[in-house]
Design a protein around this ligand. Structure first.
Ligand code: 5GP
Length: 212
């Protein structure tokens, strides 16, 4: 029996190249109840990215205006660009019992912890080794060597916070890691605190006993 429930905010974090995008894609492919929170960013669009699907690509004044008007649930500067989570879609999905996945960095996760800890489950993805991380970054043709060095330095910093996430997955095998994320999400969906009308249901069971 299913009760109405609030959606889960699932945060997947990792250094770039640890595989979180591949895991998210695999998750979306067979789970229609979870969707990506599409962030707003001032970073230039890469050629394989679609505006409105991967990000909402906006200019700095628009980003600043959204921040001032409270339209962003969290925001951060990463690699010299601004990123933020538009608030409206998140609130709408959670209220309808639909889950939402966040691909955000540590600064953003901290802001969400302060505002919506009860709705959140957080997972940190680690690469199996630094050789593998470097290889994955090098395969991304659009990142220059300078950018790769910057991202490795950033990866080191991001890893410092692994112990502030609810779960850690070492992503050696995409299929295994995706399955682990699915299990975590399945359990999170069943947490008591998400069920909206449970009090009424239990009261009703008790009244039925009382009436006998
Ligand atoms: P990329 O430019 O490679 O797509 O993303 C760079 C970093 O920005 C990643 O670590 C990603 O998790 C982070 N990021 C993307 N969107 C957001 C967001 O809305 N908020 C925050 N805090 N970080 C984000």
């Amino acid at each position: 029996m299913d009760f109405p429930r609030r959606g889960v905010m699932l945060v997947l974090a990792s250094p770039s190249g640890a595989g979180k995008s591949s895991i998210s894609r695999a998750l979306f492919a067979d789970d229609p109840n979870i969707a990506l929170s599409v962030s707003a960013t001032t970073r230039p669009r890469r050629t394989d990215e679609v505006d409105g699907t991967h990000y909402h690509f906006i200019d700095v004044p628009t980003f600043k205006r959204m921040e001032v008007d409270g339209e962003l649930l969290e925001s951060a500067e990463v690699h010299g660009n601004f990123y933020g989570t538009p608030r409206a879609r998140v609130e709408e999905r959670l209220a309808k019992g639909r889950d939402i996945l966040f691909d955000i960095d540590y600064q953003g996760t901290l802001q969400l912890y302060e505002k919506c800890r009860d709705d959140m489950v957080t997972i940190f993805i680690l690469p199996p080794s630094i050789e593998e991380l470097r290889k994955r970054l090098e395969r991304r043709a659009q990142d220059s060597q300078g950018t790769i060095a910057k991202r490795l330095a950033n990866a080191r910093r991001e890893m410092e916070h692994y112990d502030e996430y609810d779960y850690v997955i070492v992503n050696e095998d995409l299929e295994v890691s995706t399955q682990r994320v699915r299990s975590i999400l399945a359990a999170a969906r069943l947490e008591r605190k998400r069920f909206i009308e449970l009090d009424g249901f239990v009261n009703d069971l008790q009244s039925q006993i009382d009436a006998k």
